[in-house]
Design a binder for this molecule. Structure first.
Ligand SMILES: Cc1cc2nc3c(=O)[nH]c(=O)nc-3n(C[C@H](O)[C@H](O)[C@H](O)COP(=O)(O)OP(=O)(O)OC[C@H]3O[C@@H](n4cnc5c(N)ncnc54)[C@H](O)[C@@H]3O)c2cc1C
Length: 418
């Protein structure tokens, strides 16, 4: 590397931030490029969508994160393409940025697998915009039903969630609470017993990454809270008023939330680099792109494999550990050492099912559910949230919501016609 090499990091998500933070005291110049000027803590997006938290509480400006890091620059821009010959990337805004080392960490986007109508009528939950749009839409349905209760029969108070992974399960639990604890007071003239949350999962159980007993606990708890769980069902099509299942069942709804999968960000394809079947960029054991020793890919964008050749999951801890690994690789390289191998340390998985209940699978095969798992979940999310202000405001909101059974952020941000 030249005396102060320029490391360009594309994406200020979990992976990109981990690289830049780890390099903040190193003799390198770092530029973090992101299309947004803030980082989003995606695991809590569903709480914004269900009015439990303000959007600002789960986001942090990228510039604010690097206050005091004199070797880190922040660049607001959307990377459109990468030229590996000239070592330059170009943004949609027309800027050219050259690098000595490049780290691609642009994450993933919602994958609807071409199911007819889902792109048009479904709501994703991948960004703050998605969460705010869903929240506004949901609350508006209740406003409309309040004026014209006949709309309840048209699905105004029915939410269909597709995908029984952590996002689907957590969203379903939070929606059931929003309806039964809060909206029931907001809309005293509506019969909230007619509000439905339907969770559709193609597999034979929820939360397939967890032990079957935890999946079963999650299903039973959700059902006890009034959520209809449909297992072994796939969505065939969506219209503006219904969701059609492969079994022939048609669900009347005005709100379809698609939590059934993500795919690598389209930037992966735009680079022209070899992709694996899931559309992620193929990387070697040290997370470099084969044939491009100066380019690393991490997080949801990378097809990295473990020692059994299994693809690593698209999870925040994978992205963060990979980010720290890249920083260590650059140091190794600067000291003339041979490349290392990235090893993911799985610290377990968890999902909350709503108030006082969660499921967690910890290292060593330890399984926890119920109140203890819920407390673990709360603590872990607070620890990983960036910024003291965010942690404080989330803690206050959670405390308030817990004690008062209220949700303060019931704001419809999109105004009606002027
Ligand atoms: C609703 C939801 C819930 C989740 N819950 C959990 C959970 O509980 N636990 C868990 O471990 N994981 C969870 N995940 C997955 C986790 O959020 C991802 O695995 C993680 O964010 C991946 O990190 P990343 O750095 O690869 O990408 P991201 O964190 O997605 O960051 C990508 C960044 O790149 C930027 N970007 C994209 N394209 C461009 C471009 N062309 N130019 C410039 N910038 C660009 C984006 O703005 C973004 O800031 C969840 C994801 C979602 C959507």
């Amino acid at each position: 590397l030249s005396p102060t090499p320029h490391v360009v990091v594309v994406g200020a998500g979990f992976g990109g931030l981990a690289v830049a933070r780890a390099l903040a005291a190193d003799p390198v110049q770092v530029t973090v490029v992101d299309r947004r000027n803030f980082h989003t803590f995606q695991p809590l997006l569903y709480q914004v969508a269900t009015a439990g938290l303000e959007g600002e509480s789960i986001t942090h400006t990228v510039r604010g994160i690097f206050h005091g890091a004199s070797n880190v620059n922040v660049h607001l821009g959307t990377v459109a393409n990468v030229d590996f010959e000239t070592h330059e990337l170009r943004t949609a805004e027309g800027t050219t940025i050259s690098w000595d080392r490049l780290v691609l960490a642009a994450g993933a986007v919602t994958a609807t697998f071409g199911v007819p109508g889902v792109d048009q009528y479904g709501f994703g939950l991948k960004s703050l915009d998605d969460a705010l749009r869903l929240r506004s839409h949901l609350l508006r349905q209740f406003e409309l039903a309040d004026v014209n209760p006949e709309l309840i029969g048209d699905g105004a108070m029915t939410v269909v969630i597709v995908g029984g992974g952590p996002t689907g399960v957590e969203l379903a639990g939070a929606l059931a609470e929003l309806f039964s604890l809060v909206l029931v007071k907001d809309y005293p003239h509506l019969d909230l017993s007619r509000a439905r949350v339907v969770l559709v999962e193609a597999g034979d159980r929820l939360l397939p990454m967890l032990h079957p007993r935890l999946s079963e606990h999650a299903r039973k708890t959700l059902e006890a809270r009034g959520i209809e769980v449909l297992l072994g069902e796939t969505v065939e099509k969506a219209t503006d008023g219904s969701v059609g299942l492969a079994s022939g069942t048609s669900l009347t709804t005005r709100t379809l939330v698609w939590a059934a999968g993500v795919r690598a960000h389209p930037l992966a394809e735009a680079t022209g680099l070899p992709l694996d079947r899931s559309g992620r960029i193929v990387v070697g054991p040290d997370l470099r792109v084969p044939g491009h020793a100066d380019v690393f890919v991490i997080g949801d964008l990378a097809a990295a494999r473990d020692r059994h050749e299994d693809l690593l999951p698209q999870l925040a801890p994978v992205a963060m550990q990979q980010g720290r690994h890249v920083a260590a690789e650059l140091r190794r390289e600067a000291h003339g050492r041979r490349p290392g191998v990235f090893r993911y340390r799985d610290k377990g998985s968890m999902a909350t099912i709503g108030r006082n209940d969660a499921v967690a699978q910890l290292p060593g095969g330890i399984r926890v559910h119920g109140f203890l798992a819920w407390v673990l979940w709360l603590n872990l999310h607070l620890v990983y949230l960036i910024g003291f202000r965010n942690r404080a405001s989330v803690l206050v909101d959670w405390g308030w919501n817990y004690l008062t059974y209220d949700r303060g952020a019931r704001i419809i941000t999109e105004a009606g016609p002027t």
